[in-house]
Design a protein around this ligand. Structure first.
Ligand SMILES: NC(=O)c1ccc[n+]([C@@H]2O[C@H](COP(=O)([O-])OP(=O)(O)OC[C@H]3O[C@@H](n4cnc5c(N)ncnc54)[C@H](O)[C@@H]3O)[C@@H](O)[C@H]2O)c1
Length: 385
């Protein structure tokens, strides 16, 4: 690709996601250079600056987005900063990749989306779970209609950590900085996943949010503070096509850590997705299979009919859904949408790439969930503006 023009990137935020997904993603791209870096933490700035060989280091994002020769601004900071940084970058005609959640509220996300569209800029959002090979296969099966009319979706994404009870209070665990708890941290991924698989929007929600540990001690000072974000969020959802769904997001899954699973049931088939098994689904598709799987179960003299084991057989993910993971073909897969974003800038848009529009749609659902939980009632997502 010797004739490709060099693409110059500036990254704002040199923390975990920048190091773990974005920078490795840029390393897979031809003719892309991370030339500038911004972080308010001097140590992170210096470390990551050395790691990527960026010479222009700053703690002021305005200075970074104002650099004339940058083509791309990549936002890897906390959610409360996504909107101002993106708007500043768009005003400077930079293509923008932004981490999730796109913004703290739907109106802010819409403003970002409309500004980028009006300026004709390419956008990307870090809904990286779309890249999981099993999620791609599930998307193929659901979106092709293989499951028939969709009836029910159950989506769970939890991340409990050791020491949940005594976790300290951090800036990042406040509504002003992060927007919410697991609803904002994990929820955008699952809302996006279900929108993407089904090709339909969530039209209404009925939610329950709960904060179990209501006071935590500030990290550093040890002073007590009121917790203003939820530890768990569950909501029922209507999908536009008539299907019903239940979503559950939690950081209070006692004694468990990462857990991301989805079940989809339709008139002609069903599938079970578990991110812990990224190269397979369990599926049952077509009349014969549905008949066969429904017949599983054992009669036991004591317990009556009970399920013998998981009735759906394992469906291994075909190679093509593994090969789409950036770097997989070279034996160094990276869960990053950065290469697809770069391709889009170069005129070869990837159908997998989530855009600001996807981030905005997910945000509207999150806002509806917050409102529903606060008022303890069903909320039409379109009424959130
Ligand atoms: N897509 C995914 O799977 C995924 C996974 C983890 C985190 N994230 C998202 O990535 C974002 C960052 O999360 P993280 O885990 O990397 O956090 P982090 O704390 O590891 O890194 C964030 C960095 O941003 C810097 N920062 C904060 N405000 C800044 C500002 N105004 N200007 C410049 N730098 C600033 C911080 O100093 C820190 O170094 C969040 O929005 C989070 O939700 C996405």
């Amino acid at each position: 690709m010797a004739d490709q023009a060099m693409l110059r990137v500036g990254i704002v935020g040199a923390g975990g996601i920048a190091r773990g997904q974005h920078i490795p993603g840029y390393r897979l791209c031809d003719a892309v250079e991370v030339v500038a870096l911004c972080d308010v933490d001097e140590t992170a700035l210096r470390e990551v600056g050395e790691m990527v060989g960026a010479t222009r280091l700053t703690s002021d994002y305005e200075a970074l987005v104002g650099m004339d020769d940058l083509d791309v601004v990549d936002i890897c900071t906390y959610p409360n900063t996504h909107h101002p940084i993106a708007m500043a970058a768009i005003a400077q005609s930079k293509h923008v990749f932004c981490e999730k959640p796109l913004a703290l509220t739907y109106p802010l996300a819409r403003e970002m989306t409309e500004a980028a569209e009006a300026a004709g800029l390419v956008t990307g959002v870090g809904f990286t779970h779309r890249l999981t090979p099993a999620a791609q296969l599930a998307h193929h099966l659901v979106s092709s209609g293989a499951l028939g009319e969709l009836y029910q979706v159950v989506a769970v994404y939890s991340m409990g950590h050791a020491g949940f009870l005594h976790r300290p209070m951090r800036e990042r665990a406040t509504r002003a900085v992060t927007g919410g708890g697991p609803l904002f941290e994990l929820g955008p991924h699952m809302v996006d996943m279900i929108r993407w698989w089904t090709g339909t929007e969530i039209s209404a929600v009925c939610a329950q949010n709960r904060t179990f540990v209501r006071k935590r001690r500030w990290i550093g000072t040890g002073e007590w503070a009121d917790v203003d974000i939820e530890d768990a969020s569950t909501f029922l959802a209507d999908l536009d096509d008539g299907a019903m769904a239940v979503f559950s997001h939690s950081s209070a899954v006692t004694g468990r850590n990462f857990d991301q699973r989805v079940e989809v049931y339709g008139s002609r088939g069903a599938l079970l997705y578990d991110q812990a098994r990224p190269y397979e689904l369990r599926a049952c598709i077509g009349e014969e299979m549905v008949e066969l799987c429904s017949g599983y179960g054992l009669y036991d003299p004591l317990w009556g009919l009970y399920r013998q084991e998981e009735p759906y057989p394992v469906l291994p993910v075909p190679r093509r859904f593994v090969d789409t993971v950036p770097g997989a073909q070279e034996g160094r897969p990276v869960r990053s949408f950065v290469p697809a974003f770069v391709d889009s800038i170069r005129g070869a848009p990837s159908p997998l790439l989530p855009t600001f529009c996807d981030g905005m749609q997910a945000q509207q659902v999150l806002d509806a969930v917050l409102l529903s939980a606060a008022e303890r009632r069903w909320v039409d997502v379109s009424s959130v503006s």
